[in-house]
Design a protein. Structure first.
Length: 751
């Protein structure tokens, strides 16, 4: 499903209810589930309103149903005592017809079967909203295959306090079930907080397979390439080319969508007309037509589901697996739905979307405003021992981009992603790579500005050729103390270094790097005139300029940051701050990207180090977050803090708890990870995976979670045995191990 869900399991053949959360921005305060699979009761808060929402599946006999309503009555009464102003919504399959004369076919006499439900409705002041709006209609929600028996046993009960004119209720044709759906829409908004909605159009990649689209795009490529050569204006014509493609695809896609929607509406109309007929008037031909139209509707919805599956960016773990399973890389829900519905603005809680958007834009505009001081920066950069690249590396970085390099970058793009507000996805670039390669090579990175649409925010993907040269030559200018984003360097080295110091108790972006005019100009081009907007639930904020910082998701960004952090490393190394001497070599700093650890000889070095870092902050705009700083003494220290920085006996460093006790260190770090991994693996066991699929899961979800902590730590034999037992139990679904471990670990050739 890819989001939160609540389940109340029934038996293998009956009952069971599920509540699935989709694009809902409210809060789920509480949830009660019936142990027998007959209801889920949720307390929900949304826009200062509280709702008690019940998903119900009734029993088929009066005695069990009466017990069900008694149990449900207790739960609703309990939650009403805590949230007395709550609106009640109860929906589902009650297995009860409120009026046998109009809610069943053939009609039956009134019985006492519905009496308890009617008393329940009176007590909580709820009404059958569909019958309230359509008091005389005979439309049924359930039917057997031949239509000889029909009934209306599915309905919504809603608090009378809601004006029925603010509620829309529809009966919808459904797929793969003998029940029909009831959809309700309740107007809760007031004019002051009605959300506005704006969104960016994204290309449906399936359109690229249509011959009409292929022909039209090829014509546009030829036209604008010739026009650009004639005018000598490649940037502007590239923008016009994308605009024309977007305009055509929006129109063409809209036509396709309207045709499919019309076809679906036609099928639904035929199904609806069948159910509107009096059952005694239904012919055999009508019944056959219903079956045919129901199959068509099923096919249309399966096609829709395929599109939703692609947009969810999930993958099946293995062929034939149940559709609840997703590929382990993307199984986690990518992020919480943006849900800033309220914001404290100047001590006043605001839920006005436009006011929130304006405030957020102003806040981030100030955050990204430049505090650059050229004089301080130039003075700071005049330091000794600042590494520069040699002539060979300079020529490599400064070499012109080739069509082959651009094609390689394009083929590495993710198929379904597009550059922020742009309309062309990675698959589009790939499809027309050869045709567009020449235009991508020309001009954009030789100017002092980049294409307008590529400077706009919400950018998640942008073709940036030649980030590799920067990556390749960094080894010559970045110290070995930096592990972040560098090849042949691992995060565990940083952790192991700190642990070794404790265990053995030792005593206590600038062009100066790369003088490549073409390459530096390319980087400046990518970062000039950038602006962005913040994505909110109802659209985006006004745009604001980005005058500092680096772009997240940009392949060049981490390496540019390393160059800046290297200046700090060099500055500290050249300062009077004293580090720890090990084997006649002074160790003073260790870094993983922006996570920095200083090794200082004694407490007197702390104020000196803070002074050096402060001078770096003035030049770079990168400031030390003192509230996140901690001191870990190698020897005993009785002070609680030094220079307002707390002194601790245990610290968390790069996700590992650093402790002086070697025996406890392993259990502190590994046992919680093992338990978390075990819980995750047991969740996977609920899915229909083959033996080979379970083996894959033990590697992907098991070993991968444990490897990080195991690298820098010493693991005792008990931990090894616990991990081994956990993984083998998963392979055999926590049951008997039918094959020896030694056999399972053999090569395929050995069985």
């Amino acid at each position: 499903w890819g989001n939160e869900m609540w389940l109340s399991h029934g038996s293998e053949h009956s009952a069971g209810v599920a509540t699935l959360k989709n694009n809902f921005s409210g809060s789920i305060l509480h949830t009660d589930c019936d142990t027998l699979g007959h209801y889920i009761c949720s307390v929900i808060e949304w826009l200062n309103n509280t709702f008690i929402v019940v998903n119900i599946h009734g029993y088929n006999n009066i005695t069990e149903n009466n017990k069900l309503f008694e149990s449900l009555e207790d739960r609703i009464t309990f939650w009403l005592s805590k949230y007395p102003d709550s609106i009640i919504l109860i929906g589902g399959d009650f297995n009860i017809a409120l009026d046998n004369t109009i809610d069943r076919w053939p009609p039956k006499q009134q019985t006492s079967f519905s009496a308890n439900l009617k008393n329940f409705m009176e007590k909580f002041n709820v009404v059958d909203i569909w019958r309230e709006k359509f008091p005389d209609d005979k439309i049924f929600k359930w039917s057997n295959k031949i239509g000889s028996r029909q009934s209306r046993i599915d309905f919504w009960l809603i608090s009378k306090c809601i004006n029925k004119d603010n509620i829309a209720v529809n009966i919808l044709a459904t797929t793969l079930t003998d029940h029909r759906a009831i959809r309700i829409s309740i107007q809760i908004y007031t004019p002051d907080n009605t959300p506005y909605k704006c969104a960016y159009w994204k290309l449906n990649n399936s359109l690229l397979k249509h011959e009409v689209v292929k022909t039209h795009i090829n014509k546009l490529i030829i036209f604008y390439w010739n026009k650009a050569n004639k005018e000598g204006s490649f940037c502007n014509n590239w923008e016009l080319f994308k605009f024309e493609i977007g305009k055509f695809l929006r129109h063409y896609g809209s036509q396709i969508s309207k045709l499919k929607k019309a076809e679906e509406e036609k099928v639904i109309s035929k199904i609806t007309s069948y159910y509107l007929k009096c059952p005694e008037e239904v012919s055999e031909e009508d019944t056959l037509s219903l079956i045919d139209n129901q199959n068509k509707l099923d096919a249309l919805h399966k096609h829709k589901a395929e599109g939703a599956f692609i947009r969810s960016r999930k993958r099946w773990l293995e062929e034939g697996e149940q559709n609840s399973a997703y590929f382990f890389r993307l199984e986690k829900y990518r992020s919480k739905i943006n849900s800033i519905w309220q914001l404290n603005i100047n001590d006043i809680i605001s839920n006005n979307p436009k006011e929130i958007a304006t405030f957020c834009a102003k806040f981030y505009s100030n955050l990204y405003s430049s505090k650059y001081n050229k004089e301080i920066s130039v003075s700071f950069l005049n330091i000794k021992n600042l590494q520069t690249i040699d002539v060979e590396d300079k020529n490599y970085c400064d070499s012109p981009f080739t069509v082959e390099e651009i094609s390689k970058c394009i083929n590495a793009l993710k198929a379904n992603k597009s550059p922020g507000t742009g309309v062309l996805t990675g698959l589009t670039y790939r499809a027309y790579c050869l045709s567009c390669g020449r235009s991508l090579k020309k001009r954009p990175l030789t100017l002092t500005r980049i294409l307008t649409t590529l400077t706009q925010g919400l950018i998640t993907l942008i073709p940036k050729p030649n980030k590799d040269p920067l990556f390749i030559v960094l080894d010559t200018v970045i110290d070995e103390t930096q592990s972040g984003f560098m090849r042949n360097r691992h995060i565990s080295n940083n952790i192991r270094l700190v642990l070794d110091l404790l265990d053995y108790s030792y005593l206590v972006l600038d062009e100066s790097f790369i003088l490549c005019p073409f390459f530096c100009n390319a980087v400046k081009t990518l970062y000039s005139n950038c602006n962005s907007a913040i994505k909110l639930p109802n659209g985006t904020t006004p745009r604001f300029d980005l005058k500092r910082g680096i772009r997240q998701g940009c392949p060049v960004s981490p390496y540019l940051f390393l160059l800046c952090s290297q200046i700090l490393t060099t500055h500290i190394s050249n300062s009077t701050v004293q580090g720890i001497s090990i084997a006649n070599k002074e160790l003073i700093i260790s870094q993983l990207a922006d996570d920095t650890t200083l090794f200082l000889r004694n407490a007197n070095q702390i104020p000196l180090a803070l002074e050096v870092i402060n001078s770096f902050s003035k030049a770079s705009g990168l400031f030390l977050h003192l509230k996140k700083c901690e001191l870990l003494p190698i020897k005993d220290c009785h002070a609680n803090d030094i220079c307002s920085i707390p002194v601790k006996q245990e610290v968390s460093y790069l996700g590992i708890l650093i402790s002086k006790d070697q025996k406890l260190r392993c259990s502190f770090n590994l046992i919680p990870i093992i338990q978390k991994t075990k819980n995750k693996l047991n969740q996977w066991l609920q899915r229909d995976l083959s033996l080979r699929g379970r083996v894959l899961i033990t590697k992907a979800e098991g070993l991968s979670r444990l490897t990080y902590a195991a690298f820098p730590l010493h693991l005792d034999n008990k931990i090894y045995r616990d991990i081994d037992r956990m993984l083998l139990n998963v392979i055999w679904k926590n049951h008997t191990h039918y094959i020896k471990k030694t056999v399972i670990m053999n090569n395929y050739e050995s069985g």
